[in-house]
Design a protein around this ligand. Structure first.
Ligand code: SF4
Length: 748
C-alpha cells in the first residue's frame, strides 16, 4: 500500500532532521515505522540498548498521532513467542516438530535443495511471495536473484492491494500519481476509511484539508468514520465502483465540465469513451449502485468544479470483479477533469535522479524473454504481468529514463492464483519451491483451501518470520527475521514517489534474527552466485544506492528526514506521457493488443445464488492489526480479542441473531466461525468480515494451524472465473454471496 511522503508533491524538496527532544539517560533515533505499510516518521527512545518507547515525530504530518501498532512495537518485538533462531522441520510437513539449526546449516541445505528443484523442473519451479514491510523490506533483491536464476514467478499481496492499482494506472498515463493533499480542494474516498489507527497520515491529511475548508466526498455502503465527517456521503452498493465512476463521467461529459483543452491536446479515444459513457445514464447507474441519481450527479459536479480534486488510492476498488475498469475510470476522471500532474491534483513524480531505485536493483532486463513468457497467469490475466506491461518499456525509458518501473512492486508480477494452481499440481508446469518472506502466504490471498493444497505439494518451503504463523507451521525452514527497530532502512516510496526517507537502526536484533538483505545475500551465496549481491552489509548497499548524493548512508540518515527530487508539474508538455501513444490513453491500446476491451466497461454481478442470499464484504482491516499480523500481541488482543462480523440490526433480527453470538459464515468456497456485531451504520443484507484472523495461542500444525482453518477470511473467498477481474485475475471481495448459519453450544 502507498507510503506517505513527509512533504507534499508541490513542496517536494529535502527536509533535514530536527533534533528530537532529549531526556537524560535516554537515547533517541529517528525511525520509520514498518508495523504496517505506511512508513510513518517516529522517534524511538532507547535505554540500555533496548527500545523502550516509540513516539510520534515532530513532522507536521505525523506529530498529531501515531497509531497503536507503532506504539506497541517494542512489546511486539520482545514477545516471548518470537522466533529467534533458524528452525528446521524434522517430522512430516505440518507436524510441528522442529530442530534448531545454525544459519550455515540451514542455508547450505536450502541452496542444495533449491538447485536440485531448478535442475529437475527449471527455474520457473521456484516461486517467491513477499511483502515489503515487517521482515520483508527486501530492496528489490528478491526479484534481482530470481531474474538471474530465471524465475518470473514472484507474487505479493500487492496483487490485490495497491500494486495492481499502480499497474493499471500505467496503462492509461504511464505512471502512478500521488495526491497533492497540501493543495487540493476536494478528496474523494471510494470506500477507503483512514482512521486514527489505520493509514494514519492519510487520516491526518484529510483532517488538514477539512480544517482549511476543503471538501470530502465518501462512497461507502456503511456510514463509516470518514463518511461521518464527509460533506457528501454516497451509500454505494459494494462492488459497484466502476458503475459509479461511469455515472460521474457521464454527467461531467454531458455537462461539458471537463478540461477541453487538455482532452483535445493530450488524450486519445475521447469520442469512443463518450459513446461508452452514454451507455450509463444515471437511471442505470442508480439501479446498479443503489444511490439516487440526483446525489450521483451532485457528487460528479462537485468533483469536476470544486477542484483541483484528488481520488487517492483505495483498497476497495482494488478488489472487485470490475477492478481494472474501475481503476481506469478513476484515472480517466483525473485526466479529463484536468487534475493530472497539476498542483492540488495528482502528481507524476518519476524516479529520483540521484538515488538508485529498487526497480533498477531488480534487473528485470537479465530475465530472458523466454522465461518472462512463462510467467504464470500471463496468458489469461496479463494486466500486471511482464506480458501486460511490456508495451510500456520503451515509453517509460523515453519519459522516465528506465525501461522497468516496478511501482508499488505491483508491475511484472505473476498471478497469485495461477501460481497456487501450479504449486498444487494443476499445471501448466510444476512449481515445487516456495519462499515466503514476512508474508503469511497461506492466509494472504483468496481461496485458502487451494493454497493449503499447493503448500502441501511443495518439495521446499522457506519462511522468514517473527512468529510461527500458519504459513511458517507448514515450512521446511523457518528463519528469524529482524524488525524495523533493529535495522537501518531507506524507504523509497514503493517505487512511484521520487521521495526517499532514511530510518536509523535503534537496537541490535535479538538472538540470530537477520535482515531480509542478509537472507537474500546468503541465498545468492548458497546458489553459487555471490556476485549478484556484492555488497557486504546493508549499509554498504545503501551507500551504493545514494553514491550520487556524495554522502554515505550514515550521514544521510543522520542528516535528512526526507530527500526529494524537485518536482516539475506538467512535465508531459516536454516529454509526452509514458504510453505507446505518448498521450493519456482513454482508449487503452495495450488492453486492445492483449485482447481485452480497450474501454472501461461494467460486467454485471454474478448470478444470484438462492442458497447464499447475503452479500459479504471481506478483507476489512482492524486498527489493532496489520493484515494477518499482530494477533500474538497481548495488548492488541485485549482490545480486540475475537473476530467480529458487522451486520445491520434489520439483518440480525431477520436471522434471529444477537450481539456477541458465535455464528458460521459460509460461501461456496468454505466457512468460518465468527462473533456477531450488530451495527446501526450497516446496510441491510451486507456482512462485513475482518481480514486475517488466526489465534497464535491455539494448537499449531496441520489440521488446526492455530485457528487459521477456523477463522481466516481467506477460507471464504473464491478465485474462480465468476469472481475475478478478467484483466488482472484478482478476486472480487466486495459483495460475495454468503449465508450465516447459527451455531449451538458454548462460546468458542
Ligand atoms: S500507521 Fe501505525 S503501524 Fe502504520 S506505519 Fe504508521 S504508526 Fe506504524
Amino acid at each position: 500500500m502507498p507510503g506517505v511522503p513527509s512533504v507534499g508533491p508541490s513542496a517536494a524538496g529535502s527536509r533535514s532532521i530536527p533534533r528530537p527532544h532529549q531526556r537524560p539517560g535516554i537515547e533517541t533515533r529517528k525511525a520509520l515505522c514498518a508495523s504496517c505499510d505506511i512508513a510513518c516518521s517516529v522517534v524511538t527512545e532507547i535505554q540500555k540498548g533496548r527500545v523502550t518507547r516509540v513516539r510520534s515525530s515532530d513532522n507536521p504530518l505525523f506529530k498529531d498521532n501515531i497509531c497503536i501498532k507503532g506504539i506497541v512495537a517494542p512489546k511486539n518485538f520482545a514477545n516471548p513467542d518470537r522466533v529467534l533462531y533458524p528452525q528446521k522441520r524434522v517430522g512430516e510437513r505440518g507436524s510441528g516438530q522442529w530442530q534448531r539449526v545454525s544459519w550455515d546449516e540451514a542455508m547450505e541445505d536450502i541452496g542444495l535443495r533449491l538447485k536440485k528443484i531448478i535442475a529437475e523442473h527449471g527455474p520457473e519451479a521456484w516461486a517467491v511471495s513477499t511483502s515489503q514491510w515487517n521482515t520483508g523490506t527486501d530492496h528489490g533483491l528478491g526479484r534481482r536473484i530470481m531474474n538471474h536464476v530465471g524465475s518470473p514467478n514472484w507474487i505479493s499481496g500487492v496483487a490485490l492491494c495497491a500494486g495492481n492499482t499502480a499497474a493499471i494506472n500505467r496503462l492509461t498515463y504511464g505512471w502512478y500519481p500521488w495526491p497533492d493533499y497540501d493543495n487540493t480542494n476536494l478528496i474523494v474516498l471510494f470506500g477507503h476509511n483512514p482512521g486514527k489507527n489505520s493509514w494514519v497520515p492519510i487520516y491526518n491529511q484529510i483532517q488538514r484539508v477539512k480544517a482549511r475548508g476543503g471538501t470530502l466526498i465518501v462512497l461507502d455502503p456503511r456510514k463509516s468514520e470518514c463518511a461521518e465527517m464527509a460533506d457528501l456521503w454516497l451509500p454505494i452498493k459494494a462492488g459497484t465502483d466502476a458503475a459509479m465512476a461511469f455515472g460521474w463521467l457521464k454527467v461531467i461529459l454531458d455537462e461539458g465540465l471537463y478540461d477541453k483543452a487538455f482532452v483535445e491536446r493530450w488524450t486519445v479515444g475521447f469520442e469512443a469513451l463518450k459513446k461508452r459513457a452514454d451507455e450509463f445514464p444515471l437511471e442505470r447507474v442508480s439501479k446498479i449502485t443503489g444511490c439516487d441519481a440526483a446525489t450521483i450527479a451532485k457528487a460528479a459536479r462537485m468533483y469536476a468544479t470544486m477542484g483541483p480534486s484528488v481520488i487517492p488510492w483505495t483498497p476497495i476498488t482494488d478488489q472487485q470483479r470490475n477492478s481494472t475498469s474501475a481503476i481506469r475510470l478513476q484515472s480517466i476522471l483525473r485526466a479529463v477533469c484536468g487534475y493530472l500532474d497539476v498542483p492540488g491534483g495528482e502528481a507524476l513524480m518519476g524516479f529520483h535522479p540521484q538515488i538508485i531505485s529498487e526497480s533498477e536493483i531488480e534487473m528485470h532486463h537479465v530475465l530472458p524473454e523466454s522465461q518472462k513468457a512463462k510467467q504464470l497467469g500471463s496468458d489469461k490475466h496479463p494486466a500486471f504481468t511482464y506480458r501486460g506491461q511490456a508495451a510500456l518499456r520503451e515509453p517509460c525509458k523515453r519519459v522516465w529514463g528506465h525501461e522497468y518501473a516496478n511501482q508499488v512492486t505491483g508491475c511484472f508480477m505473476a498471478n497469485p492464483s495461477a501460481v497456487f494452481r501450479a504449486m498444487a499440481g494443476e499445471g501448466p508446469y510444476p512449481v515445487k519451491a516456495l519462499f515466503s518472506f514476512g508474508n503469511n502466504t497461506l492466509m494472504g490471498f483468496a481461496n485458502m483451501p487451494l493454497i493449503l493444497k499447493a503448500m502441501l505439494n511443495q518439495d521446499l518451503i522457506v519462511v522468514q518470520e517473527h512468529v510461527m504463523t500458519p504459513t511458517a507451521q507448514l515450512a521446511d525452514y523457518v528463519l528469524p527475521g529482524d524488525s524495523w527497530l533493529e535495522r537501518p532502512w531507506m524507504f523509497d516510496g514503493y517505487g512511484w514517489l521520487s521521495i526517499y526517507k532514511p530510518s536509523q537502526q535503534s537496537m541490535a536484533p535479538p538472538g540470530e534474527c537477520k535482515s531480509t538483505f542478509e537472507l537474500w545475500k546468503l541465498t545468492a551465496n548458497a546458489l553459487g552466485m555471490p556476485e549478484v549481491v556484492p555488497w557486504a552489509t546493508l549499509e554498504d548497499f545503501y551507500d551504493y544506492r545514494i553514491a550520487k548524493l556524495g554522502i554515505g548512508f550514515e550521514e544521510f540518515s543522520s542528516t535528512y528526514e526526507v530527500h526529494a527530487d524537485t518536482l516539475e508539474f506538467r512535465k508531459y508538455e516536454k516529454t509526452g506521457f509514458a504510453t505507446p501513444s505518448g498521450k493519456v490513453e482513454l482508449y487503452a491500446s495495450i488492453l486492445e493488443d492483449l485482447g481485452f476491451d480497450p474501454l472501461p466497461y461494467f460486467r454485471d454481478e454474478p448470478p444470484a445464488d438462492p442458497d447464499f442470499p447475503l452479500a459479504m464484504f471481506t478483507g476489512v482491516r482492524e486498527g489493532e492489526y496489520f493484515q494477518t499480523g499482530g494477533r500474538h500481541i497481548p495488548e492488541m488482543r485485549a482490545r480486540k480479542p475475537e473476530p467480529v462480523l458487522f451486520l445491520s440490526p434489520g439483518t440480525a433480527q431477520q436471522l434471529g441473531l444477537s450481539e456477541h453470538e458465535w455464528v458460521e459464515v459460509e460461501t461456496r468456497t468454505g466457512k468460518i466461525e465468527i462473533m456477531v456485531g450488530i451495527r446501526s451504520n450497516m446496510p441491510d443484507g451486507l456482512v462485513r468480515i475482518p481480514h486475517g484472523w488466526w489465534k497464535p495461542e491455539t494448537e499449531q500444525g496441520l489440521g488446526k494451524l492455530s485457528g487459521a482453518l477456523r477463522y481466516a477470511d481467506a477460507m471464504l473467498c473464491p478465485d474462480d472465473d465468476d469472481f475475478i477481474d478478467l484483466e488482472q485475475g484478482i478476486p472480487h471481495l466486495k459483495g460475495l454471496p454468503c449465508r450465516i448459519n447459527k451455531l449451538s453450544g458454548a462460546p468458542r
